[in-house]
Design a binder for this molecule. Structure first.
Ligand SMILES: N[C@@H](CCC(=O)N[C@@H](CS)C(=O)NCC(=O)O)C(=O)O
Length: 271
């Protein structure tokens, strides 16, 4: 049985938020309704877009609302107009490493994990979860992935997914680690030389993105897909460390990036 707790401010993977949220008591999920005003008062409505009542929701998402990977899933859900019950996992307290979590939910000790009570499917890995959502709810909300039967569109979609995972995510997530998570995990101070090196590599990567996006509006072609949306959580996370400035060097990348951030789904997830 996974304990249901809202986390403390230490879970918030965002320096700005960390700086503005005072220490809050741990709140049992069952009481969140009564404490909702606390989050709104501090400008953070943690329950927005998610169910405050763990009940008969079809979809349950084990995670932390502000973690990058949980946000990736929540963005896809928002594009589909789907509600989800969030079952909070307190990463700072190590709830993702309890034996019940490792054995029953995620063998690698990570969030998020999705449970679909309608199909009985339980799945982890944020990108796999978003693909599951896109497939199960095809025809509802935004179409987020072409079907396999559309050979050309599906091939370019796979290519776009691979671009994000191969060339963007490793660099962006390592920058996030160096700038924020390294110290938080007690692994030492930020290695600024490494950050600079990672940003240099990211610049070369964005040169590639610029070549692609000067010919088409989205990574897979004319339509937005999960491949585009997948960039949002880490891209936004590293914006204050130099990503905003870097993106501004590439007009087509910038247009694409601003368009992604302006989507209602992302606004909802970050509200
Ligand atoms: N590839 C995985 C990565 C999952 C992951 O690294 N999750 C982080 C939060 S974004 C986590 O659970 N960290 C806790 C830890 O490493 O102990 C996915 O996309 O779901």
């Amino acid at each position: 049985m996974i304990p249901r707790w809202w986390g403390t401010r230490d879970d918030v993977p965002d320096l700005h938020l960390n700086a503005t949220i005072p220490d809050l008591p741990l709140l049992p999920l069952g009481r969140i309704h009564h404490h909702r005003f606390i989050f709104i008062f501090f400008g953070l409505n943690l329950t927005k877009g998610i169910s405050p009542h763990p009940s008969n929701m079809t979809l349950k998402l084990y995670g932390f609302v502000h973690s990058t990977c949980t946000r990736r899933v929540r963005t896809a859900l928002a594009e589909k107009g789907l509600d989800v019950e969030i079952v909070p996992i307190d990463l700072a307290k190590g709830e993702q490493r309890t034996s019940s979590y490792l054995n029953d939910l995620q063998p690698f000790g990570k969030v998020p994990v999705l449970q679909d009570t309608e199909t009985g499917i339980q799945i982890y890995e944020s990108r796999a979860i978003t693909q599951y959502i896109a497939t199960k709810y095809r025809g509802q909300g935004t179409d987020l992935a072409p079907p396999e039967s559309d050979l050309k569109a599906f091939a370019y979609y796979q290519q776009a997914l691979s671009i994000e995972q191969s060339y963007f995510d490793p660099l962006a997530s390592q920058i996030a680690y160096e700038k924020v998570f390294k110290a938080r995990k007690g692994h030492g101070e930020t290695d600024e030389a490494r950050v600079q090196s990672l940003f240099s590599q990211l610049e070369l990567t964005l040169e590639g993105y610029e070549r692609v996006l000067s010919k088409q509006p989205y990574l897979a072609g004319q339509q937005l897909t999960l491949a585009d949306l997948a960039h949002l959580p880490y891209g936004v996370f590293i914006e204050p460390f130099g990503f905003t400035e870097l993106v501004s060097k590439f007009p087509h990348v910038q247009k694409w990036w601003e368009g992604l951030k302006a989507r209602e789904s992302w606004k909802k997830v970050t509200a």
